[in-house]
Structure formats: C-alpha cells, structure tokens
Write a protein that binds this ligand. Sequence first.
Ligand SMILES: Cc1ncc(COP(=O)(O)O)c(C=O)c1O
Length: 403
Amino acid sequence: MKGKRETLMPILRSSLPPLEHMIPYFEKIEPNRCHTNFGSLFKQFEERMANFLGILPTQISISCNGTLSLISSLLAFNIPRDRYCLMPAWTFSATPASAVLAGLKPYFLDVDRNTQTITPNRVYDFLKSGVIAEHEIGAIMPVSPFGAPIDRSSWDSFTDKTGIPVLIDAAASFDTILNTPQMSVGQTPMMVSLHATKIFGIGEGGMIVSTDEELIKRIKGISNFGFDVSRLSSYLGMNCKMSEYQAAIGHVVLDSWSLIRQQRKEVTANYIHHFNKIGLKPWLSLDWLTANCNVFIPGKAEQVRDHLLANNIEARTWWGKGCHTHPAYQNMDRVKDLSNTTYLSDGMLGVPFSIDTSKEDIEFVCSTIDEFLTQNLFFQDHPRGEKKSDNPTDFSFVKSITD
Ligand SMILES: Cc1ncc(COP(=O)(O)O)c(C=O)c1O
C-alpha cells in the first residue's frame, strides 16, 4: 500500500503568465484613459486572435465571458421566444442556462456514447419521432465534450437543410479549433471560453467565431446595448464587453501560447502514458489539447472519486449526472431515454490536471486508481485496455472509449 499524500492535490490550479509580462501591456492602458468600451487593447487583441486563428476580425466577437457569448449569439439568431433549444443532457449547466436567459426552452437529448454529444442524425431521428413539431424548434446547441472535436460542417449542412440555427458550445475547444480540421472556423458559430480553467485561460472571457459576418456583427452590437453605429439601441442588447485589463492579459497569453501549449502537451502525454499503462482510457489526445483530464471508469466514477479524496487527491465528476438532474433544470423537457448520458456520467471522472502537474503526481493518481480498482475486482469485468502501446503519442483507442 502506498502512503496517503500529506497535502491535498487540487483538481486544478489555474495559471497565468508572470506579472512582469503583463505590466508593459497594463502600462498602455492608463495614458489612453480608456478602460473598456472596445478600447485599443481590446481591438488589437480581437484582431490578433483573428489572425492567429486564420480568420478575419469580422469573423470573431470577443466578450467578457463564455456564458454571455452564448446568450448573445442565441439572441442574434432572432428566434421567437419560447421555442425549444435542443441540446445534450450531457453538458455543463451554462448551456441550458444560456438558452433560458435568451428566452428559449431547453430540450435535453441523449448523446452518442462515442462522441459524447448530439449529432445531426440524432436530431433528425428526434424530429422524425414527432414529439415536438419542427417549427417549435428555435435552435440546436451541440456541445464539444471537454474539448473533443465534433464535426462542425455536418451542422452547417443541417442548418442549410432545415433552416434551424445551430450554435456549438465549444467552451473547452480553443486548441481543437486551432488544430483539428473538423472544428476549423466555418458557418456554424462556435463559442470558446477563455475562463481561467480553460486551455487559453485569461481569467474571464469568451469568444464566438463564425464565417457568418452578419451574425458576428449582430453579436458585437448585442454585447454593447444593441448599439449599431450610433448610440441608438437598434435592437435588444446588454453589456458583455471585455475590459482593457482583461484584453491585456489576453495579449500576454497569446505571446506565451507556444510555451503554454508545450507544457500542456507534456502533462497530457504523461497522463495518456500512465493511464494507458494501467489499461484505462483518458479522454485526452495529443491532437487537441484541453485543460481537463477525464478518465472513463464504467460505473465507478463516484467510488473512485471518494477513494482518491481519502488519499488526498481531489477528483470531480465535472458534469454531475447530466444537466437534467440539476434542480434548476429537472423540470425541463427531455427525451425519455437518457441512458447514454447516465452511462457516461456514471463513468467519467476528472482527475487533477494543471499546467504543472508533475510526472510523480500523475503516477500517484494512476496507481491510486489502479490499486482501488484491482482491490475491487473491477478488471475482472472490464479487462484492461490495449496495453500494447507504451508510446504516449499512440492514442488511437480513445476513439472507441465505450466499445
Ligand atoms: C460546456 C461549457 N459551456 C459553457 C461554459 C461557460 O463558459 P464561461 O465560464 O466562460 O462563462 C463552460 C465553462 O466551463 C462550459 O464548460
């Protein structure tokens, strides 16, 4: 038996570049005497971010957080109130919250086990079931689960065919949008969170990217009281603007991105390697980096979480038992069969993952899990995954997480 750790290993410790890198940007703010309202640092940050993503500044709208970016995009669709917004039950509560706050009614669908989200085919099947009429549906919100790529172009085709607008909640997918062709920027808008807990963390922030420049223009207007070119509110709007201080941090994170990415990659590779060794499948990839490490342990997430905590390791079921089980959303409409959501929620466990989580800590987490599962005869029913690969970059089996 290994000993228990003396201090708690936290699930996540956010990290920003050093203060001395920020000061030169902060020093630019005061002489301008402009601290927000699309100030010069903000404008430059938005432009730099667009360049970095290989899109035009007219194809991006940056705001003060991801939830407000979701709400302003849904408002920009101009959907009549009280229409349904279809979304996976397997998501973070900001997804249904933003639909409600934009005047829509969440309708929870089950997810596919392998993609952990809803696909156009799932929505077509739901439409065929006739439970609600197509004209009652205002929007669809697929979610990229913990940063994994989803097929954005299949949603472009869905909107072209049905006329129903789609907004992808890609909160954790900064690196995925940057590096995977499935999630390159296109017609369907995608929201990325810049929250401190995300891979491109700046404290608080959010952005919408889309090649639909008219939509982006409306989102920008909505984020500033519905002002168009004048100070007349041409349409309903609110305040989701990012301040100059937050934009300054955004610049520093952009300056440091290649180092941040490299450090994240090392931690990811270490986790893949050590989980691979004990025959478990973390929801991670070296092709799309993310800032959470979840591992799939069928039926055992909560027990393993409690065992880790007893050993001073913090672990978390990030999305609980699915949004439909949260008190705020339990009375919302949903399909009867949410068995895949339940299956995933019973097995997905977040373990400590920070930019500087050490190899030793990762090994300790994995061996503590291994010890518990072995003692509880878990591997008798769930033979260890393909251990043939000790190479941390070979992670092909993540594609079949629930096979
Ligand atoms: C799936 C999902 N959607 C939306 C959000 C909200 O983003 P923010 O925290 O920037 O408001 C989060 C944040 O963690 C998230 O995980």
